[in-house]
Design a protein around this ligand. Structure first.
Ligand SMILES: Nc1ncnc2c1ncn2[C@@H]1O[C@H](COP(=O)(O)OP(=O)(O)OP(=O)(O)O)[C@@H](O)[C@H]1O
Ligand SMILES: [Mg+2]
Length: 331
């Protein structure tokens, strides 16, 4: 597909409630995501922009200090930066509260210690972030947002996040099946053992009768969340993935890999943005050479990504900050 005028990107994505902006480090994901969100907000469409990037540059681009809670940037634009530490803490506090409801109080110090260590286990932050992203994703429509734009961390991470709902769903299924088997075994055992000896090695011994139902209901809710989020992510009418790159060799290679990975999961990108392009007709030799090199790469980009609309963004004299400047970047 030939190069498209940039404001056509705003039109193309106008009916997509969920927009993910991904790409290699430093190519302009945050700038593009913030520019799209600012444009929709300027059209009086209620928009939420969420940064899942631990580097937190969204606040800098919007000239606002952001947190895990929504901050109103304009009457139509809200923004938040998911903070993995805060999310993981909240998640484990919740787990502790649930356990406290039915565990033997003597075991709580040990359980607390175990939870403290689990916080830094590999994948804990990612899982907690994913759950939080899915919550925002599922809640956005009910909260009246016409668009939710995700400014994501560099490519690999984003792709993992996008396929994780299915993995988490399967994992939760496994846990639920295990719970069911255990419940069955317990009911058989208790019908055989009328005396009911107390097992001191089990921290959950002095249980309330509904403890398994509680655990199962937490897992079921989670599964439901991942199922809902997964369905939204795989619905092309709902979710659009925009891949940002620059006209350089490494971003081109990474974008090719990303598209291949996305195509394997049926999550094809909706558009490709080539950012930081230098306008041709440069008088200075250095800049002319850079512009010529980019032009060669643009030809390769257009032939490599013939199935996708490609949109150019030109390099600006200064960093683009604030919703007004961001809105005009895409016009
Ligand atoms: N078209 C442009 N013109 C001028 N400066 C730009 C342009 N696009 C991005 N920049 C600047 O380049 C830098 C990187 O952009 P940005 O933060 O949007 O990239 P990113 O892909 O989100 O980076 P990271 O991977 O670190 O999150 C920023 O300083 C930004 O202001
Ligand atoms: Mg960024």
């Amino acid at each position: 597909m030939a190069l498209q005028p940039l404001n056509a990107l705003v039109t193309q994505l106008a009916t997509q409630p969920i927009i993910f902006v991904g790409g290699k480090g430093g190519v302009g994901k945050t700038t593009t995501a913030a520019a799209l969100a600012s444009r929709y907000a300027a059209q009086q469409k209620k928009t939420l922009i969420v940064s899942t990037d631990p580097a937190h540059s969204l606040g800098d681009v919007l000239n606002m200090s952001l947190s895990n809670e929504k901050t109103a940037i304009t009457p139509y634009l809200d923004a938040l930066e998911l903070n993995p530490d805060v999310i993981v803490d909240a998640h484990f506090k919740q787990v502790e509260r649930t356990i406290k409801g039915y565990a033997n109080p003597d075991m709580m110090p040990k359980i607390r210690e175990h939870l403290r260590l689990s916080k830094s286990a590999p994948g804990a932050q990612e899982a907690a972030m994913l759950e939080s992203m899915c919550q925002h994703l599922v809640a956005a429509a009910d909260a009246g947002y016409e668009h939710i734009v995700f400014d994501t961390a560099p490519t690999g991470h984003t792709l993992r996040l996008l396929v994780l709902p299915e993995m988490m769903g399967a994992w939760t299924d496994g846990l639920l099946a295990q719970q069911r088997r255990q419940a069955k075994l317990r009911s058989v055992a208790s019908s055989l053992d009328t005396e009911k000896k107390v097992d001191v090695s089990n921290p959950f011994t002095k249980h309330k009768p509904d403890r398994w139902e509680q655990a199962v209901s937490v897992l079921e809710k989670r599964k439901q969340l991942f199922r809902q989020a997964g369905a939204l992510l795989h619905d092309r009418e709902k979710t659009a993935i925009v891949l940002v790159m620059t006209a350089d060799v490494l971003p081109l290679a990474e974008t090719k890999r990303a598209i291949q990975q996305l195509e394997e999961t049926t999550l094809t990108p909706a558009a490709i943005v080539v950012n930081q392009l230098i306008t041709p007709m440069q008088t200075d030799e250095f800049w002319r050479k850079r512009a010529d090199r980019q032009q060669q790469l643009m030809n390769e980009i257009e032939s490599s990504f013939a199935d996708y609309p490609v949109y150019p963004i030109y390099l600006q004299q200064t960093d683009v900050r604030g919703t007004e400047a961001l809105s005009t970047l895409l016009s």
